[in-house]
Design a protein around this ligand. Structure first.
Ligand code: MLT
Length: 302
């Protein structure tokens, strides 16, 4: 019998795949495996019985990887399992931003209960006139599972799509539609883009990489979309770029103090992977990885 501890809520659809050799517990100390979503595990102590941690998600920046390696704990993630959910929210964010939907909803809500609301709508809606994304250029920075889906979907919506990835591989190339142009240097992409979407993992090497140097290469008034990790963007440089108008709009899936109050910023509270389908897929993949490792010693997606 093995104990599997769950941190955060892990989809019951995934947990149902655990065989009768496993018991789901809350107690991390007695666990052979841990299933985690976004909880920060950096300060957590791990007992000797712990063999593996599986992240029901793509990023593993909430897990102390070096310590796990030292203690022989194998860490898994679930690449691609929530990619469609994130892609859909990126598209929603880009479309809502292009059409000024968040500001328009906020303004329309102020008309609640007003007798002459219809007249006020006619008079006031002009301030929210937006632009269409068809015909605009999107730069996809990072062509992993999510970046590739975003690139293909944006191309289908009529956008010109350019992609860049520091480690572009044949699997990504195979999945990418032929109308997406891939460049070898961000310099060949950023100056052309009306929208830039970030799809790189959070690591020491990528922390703050979206900074004033990269912003300087972008078109004035560009819309920057960040549904990856907030720490990828240098906050001080972002604030300065928003103030100067270099970045026209920042649409993000992170709640960050000091940025949310800025004009042109639209944010959601890290909802990218929060769909029933993605939660089920991630948990199912994570459970399979944990069982395969504990019982057969197989290591996939670690
Ligand atoms: C991910 O890394 O895939 C997401 O952060 C998953 C989540 O929101 O739990």
């Amino acid at each position: 019998m093995y104990n599997i501890a769950t941190l955060n809520k892990i989809s019951p659809v995934g947990l149902a795949h655990l065989s009768d050799k496993y018991t789901v517990v809350d107690d991390v100390d007695s666990a052979t495996g841990i299933l985690v979503r976004s909880q920060d595990m950096k300060e957590m102590d791990f007992s000797k019985s712990l063999m593996t941690i599986a992240r029901a998600g793509a990023g593993v920046n909430n897990i102390p990887l070096d310590r796990c390696a030292d203690q022989g704990i194998v860490v898994f993630n679930t690449p691609g399992a929530n990619a469609n959910a994130v892609k859909e929210l990126v598209l929603a964010g880009m479309l809502m931003s292009a059409r000024n939907v968040p500001a328009a909803i906020k303004w329309a809500a102020t008309l609640e209960g007003e007798d002459d609301a219809a007249k006020k709508v006619e008079k006031g809606k002009g301030q929210f006139a937006g632009s269409e994304i068809a015909g605009k250029t999107l730069g996809v920075f990072g062509l992993g599972a999510i970046g590739v889906l975003v690139a293909n979907a944006a191309a289908e919506l009529g956008m010109n799509v350019i992609g860049y990835d520091a480690f572009f591989n044949t699997k990504s190339a195979h999945n990418l539609c032929s109308c997406v142009k891939v460049v070898e240097d961000p310099k060949d992409m950023l100056p052309l883009c009306d929208y830039v979407t970030i799809h790189v993992p959070a690591m020491d090497a990528t922390k703050g990489m979206f900074n004033k140097d990269l912003f300087a290469q972008m078109k004035d008034g560009v819309t920057l979309l960040n549904y990856s990790r907030d720490k990828l963007v240098n906050e001080a440089d972002l604030l300065a770029a928003l103030d100067s108008g270099k970045i026209g709009k920042y649409t993000t899936d992170f709640v960050t103090d000091g940025i949310m109050c800025k004009e042109g910023v639209t944010y959601t509270p890290h909802l990218g992977a929060s769909t029933k389908e993605a939660e089920d897929n991630c948990a199912t993949m994570a459970v399979a990885e944990i069982m395969d490792y504990i019982e057969n010693g197989n290591v996939v997606n670690s």
